[in-house]
Ligand binder design. Sequence first.
Ligand SMILES: O=C(O)C(=O)Cc1ccccc1
Length: 272
Amino acid sequence: MKMLTLGPAGTYSHRAARSVADDDEIEFRESPTAIVEAVAGGEADRGVVAVENSIEGSVTESLDAFAGYEVAVVKEIITPIRHALLAQRGDFELVASHAQALAQCRSYLDANYPDAKLEAVASTARGVERARDDPSVAGIGHPDNGGEGTDLQVLAEDIQDQSSNATRFVVVAPLAERSDAGSKSSLIVYPNVDYPGLLLEMLEPFADRNINLTRVESRPSGERLGDYVFHVDVEAGLYEERTQKALADIEAIAEKGWVKRLGSYDSETVLN
Ligand SMILES: O=C(O)C(=O)Cc1ccccc1
């Protein structure tokens, strides 16, 4: 099974992917969009992308890719994220990391390195690679990227602004592998209409059937200002009658737009 995730080796996405595949099955891409596109196009069997962080919120690029390409979500992986500061020496001038990691460590960096410049790069491991090549650069990433046997010192550990920093990853697969079985389901709704009470109407079919929503996120549709696509996660499987009935109601509300079922799946928490 060929599995794609965010590279180079050593990213948090790579660590999440390793919890569901052997390391020799994993290949790397530079962005969530590239991963989702490749899986939708049948170039790979699976992709692992970050979707949400407990401190920084959505990985909007992943959500937009789910709306823009035809893929299924087949599993959720939740993992605690503990960031380390890695550099060849302490007097670095620039910190390079994934935008989410820089944001998750904002207070630490402000307090300890107020003069350091920050540079957002494609992934934490890409920033660590920059730090390996350049003594004036530090990276933020998993501590295993540095320490003994590498050229990098672990200058500080657990530098995230909240000790409970968790990230939600999902495993995507080609659409044909979408399942109705699982304790959670992800949907995307584009109503393509706008009137008072629309959002309330969209929530009622779930509330009326006692279906718990674990997440609602609006993303700009790209069509016009104020026009949104809604990403909805529910604590119910698509196989359940109550979910199917709720979806029939949602489809009626979104008759001028569309409703996409990304699929049902189970969740796993991994400590790595
Ligand atoms: O850059 C990485 O290592 C990723 O996998 C993306 C990411 C960045 C920060 C927190 C969680 C995931």
